[in-house]
Design a binder for this molecule. Structure first.
Ligand code: ASP
Length: 333
């Protein structure tokens, strides 16, 4: 039997951090040391190789340039490996999972992001289990998409959010069922399917001309205007099932922004559920001003979808059309 080949891509994060003795803070550390800490990662059935991004980071420093670096590593090594495991800080892992889901078109191999809440060198670390199981999932041949594996659960990348800074269960995919669960055996859900074999296309152009506008009771028109004026694409996090404060000034502002060619997408602040156009009178200003309903998308997926679509050579009308489509499993249509 031929061994499965897996490429580990190290980007930084708590999993590989050590304490800086002078500053007493956690800083990224050497990848080889990290591998030495888990000798059981090496197995007879898997050929594991590793590569690191140029400058490993705390994932709070993540940006589009690093996403392009990661996507290019996958592109350059795509035919040589059966799957990829990305070691990543948990803080922005859900954003990276969404970004790669959009950037890697026609992906037909596993790209599993994982990390840990406690550094690998610490005795109670969750790193070992997360990493070993992520590698096992990547070799299973059952997963053909971008996912996050964390604390026994495999999540769809473009549906995931970080929900906890203290528990080992740091992630959730609030509007999408988990893809696999690791107990004594790893149980894969039936929804996992191999996709049609097409050539991988890697999209490397993302726009930073985006902003998030989160409503709160009492938000002023001046604040709303400043945020809308600051970018071409705006994710609006509205109340409940997609509702806005009733205000003629707000409706006028949204209408003007729409006429100026801004792309606005409305999602709910709630973790579970969906923004529903027209369910309440208070959602009317959105529909009238050409704001697209982001339905049950997470904030992470919505902002990345905007960055991705604004990075393509498309008119505002085309972007609005694409926003409503399901591109990487990120939205329920
Ligand atoms: N600050 C760290 C990071 O995201 C936290 C973690 O890895 O869990 O890089």
């Amino acid at each position: 039997m031929i061994n499965k080949r897996i490429l580990l891509i190290y980007t930084g994060g708590t999993i590989g951090m050590i304490k800086d003795k002078v500053k007493n803070t956690l800083v990224p550390f050497n990848f080889d040391e990290l591998l030495k800490a888990i000798p059981s990662l090496k197995s007879e059935e898997v050929d594991l190789e590793n590569v690191s991004i140029k400058n490993p980071i705390d994932s709070s420093n993540m940006n589009a340039e690093v996403w392009v670096e990661i996507a290019t590593l996958i592109e350059d090594n795509y035919t040589n490996y059966d799957g990829f495991v990305i070691l990543h800080g948990s803080d922005t892992m859900a954003y990276t999972a969404s970004a790669l889901s959009f950037m890697l078109e026609s992906l037909n191999k596993a790209v599993i992001l994982t990390g840990s809440q406690i550094p690998i060198g610490v005795r109670r670390s969750d790193a070992k289990e997360n990493l070993i199981t992520a590698v096992e999932i990547a070799t299973s041949g059952k997963v053909h998409e971008v996912c996050i594996y964390f604390e026994d659960q495999l999540y769809k990348g473009s549906r995931t959010v970080k929900v906890n800074t203290e528990q080992f269960e740091a992630f959730e995919s609030p509007n999408y069922p988990i893809l696999a669960e690791a107990g004594v055996r790893i149980k894969y859900k039936k929804t996992l399917q191999k996709k049609e074999d097409k050539k991988l296309v890697v999209h490397k152009s993302l726009s930073n001309d985006v902003a998030i506008l989160k409503f709160f009771p009492g938000i002023t028109i001046a604040t709303i205007k400043a945020i809308i004026d600051s970018a071409k694409g705006i994710v609006i996090e509205s109340f409940g099932a997609g509702n806005a404060p009733t205000s003629t000034e707000l409706s006028d502002l949204l209408n003007t922004a729409n006429k100026e060619g801004k792309i606005m997408i409305n999602i709910t602040q709630c973790l579970h559920g969906s923004a529903v156009d027209g369910q309440y009178e208070t959602s009317e200003p959105f529909g009238k001003a050409g704001v697209i309903s982001g339905k049950d998308m997470t904030t992470e997926a919505a902002i990345i979808k905007l960055m991705f679509l604004l990075g393509q050579d498309m008119s505002s009308a085309e972007i609005k059309e694409e926003l409503q489509k399901n591109i990487s499993g990120e939205i329920t249509i």
